[in-house]
Design a protein around this ligand. Structure first.
Ligand code: SF4
Length: 292
């Protein structure tokens, strides 16, 4: 029987048939001939315990974290992804300083209830435009995903770009490839291990602080962020608290939480199984090219 358990999940430690009746989940041993006959008629196939959909890749059956050691990726598509990611990272860091007609490229100032998209200012009274835009955006996401699969996740999502193209590469640089990382984690603490872990986590925290500041500058604008940094700390206690909170948040995500963000947190990740099937055009095309 398969156990769902990952620490903070609401159904942690409970078996699937305790959460949803077994007849609905279709998991586990066949309890009767009637069920077997029903399954034979049904188009829904029984799920094998080895199926990746039945268990978390990042947790064992007892709910303990299974650390993932991905091997270094190579190849033409990865090279293209790397170049594209550098472009996105450049845009992300340059974004707060780019202006159109004197207004920022993107500003989501929740505090002042002022939103700027492509230099165009939106105030609370423009909510109707915003609501229509959000609806169009949601529909376009659904259509895009149905047509192009997880193109966004793999190529453009900030979580993937920062994790795989920045933090992961730093980890490879300091701790070596997957095999070396596993060996290092299993090794007893010594000077070399402490030095590697310390340098990795110091760089991770510094980068997280930087990323947190960039995010903050998309919310309050880079000028106000500059003021928070340069003024006496007592004048911007709230701003400084947010800077530290964002830094800790990103450090937690990229150093520890990692790919679990896609599984547990991201709503788009949760929608994937609704939006994709074997007939996704890009998937069909890629399969035809790669496996011809
Ligand atoms: S599931 Fe969400 S967080 Fe993960 S890569 Fe896709 S969009 Fe990004």
């Amino acid at each position: 029987m398969i156990h769902f358990r990952a620490g903070f999940l609401p159904f942690a430690g409970r078996k699937p048939d305790e959460i949803i009746p077994e007849t609905k989940l279709n998991i586990g041993k066949k309890s009767s001939d009637n069920k077997g006959a029903a399954e034979a008629k049904s188009s829904v196939k029984p799920v094998s315990s080895s199926d990746f959909r039945d268990h978390l890749a990042t947790a064992d059956r007892e709910g303990r974290r299974q650390w993932i050691y991905p091997r270094k990726v190579q190849g033409k598509f990865f090279r293209w992804r790397t170049w594209f990611s550098w472009l996105l990272i450049f845009i992300m860091f340059a974004g707060p300083f780019i202006t159109i007609g004197g207004n920022p490229l993107l500003l989501l100032n929740i505090v002042e209830r002022k939103f700027v998209v492509l230099g165009q200012i939106f105030w609370p009274q423009d909510m109707i435009i915003f609501a229509v835009a959000v609806l169009l955006f949601a529909v376009s996401i659904l259509i895009f995903t149905t047509a192009f699969g997880r193109l966004w996740c793999g190529w453009a999502c900030p979580q993937t770009v920062m994790m795989e193209m920045v933090f992961r590469k730093i980890e490879y640089l300091i701790e070596g490839d997957a095999h070396q990382q596993r060996a290092l984690n299993r090794a007893a603490w010594n000077v070399q291990k402490i030095a590697k872990k310390f340098s990795k986590h110091s760089i991770f925290f510094a980068l997280s602080f930087l990323v947190g500041n960039v995010l903050l500058s998309y919310i309050i604008g880079w000028r106000q962020l500059y003021q928070i940094i340069t003024d006496p700390p007592a004048q911007h206690v709230t701003g400084l608290a947010f800077m530290i909170a964002f830094a800790l948040l990103f450090y937690g995500i990229f150093a520890r939480f990692r790919e679990q963000a896609c599984t547990f947190v991201c709503p788009y990740g949760r929608l994937q199984s609704l939006l994709l099937d074997h007939y996704c055009p890009v998937k069909v095309l890629l399969t035809a090219i790669l496996f011809r």
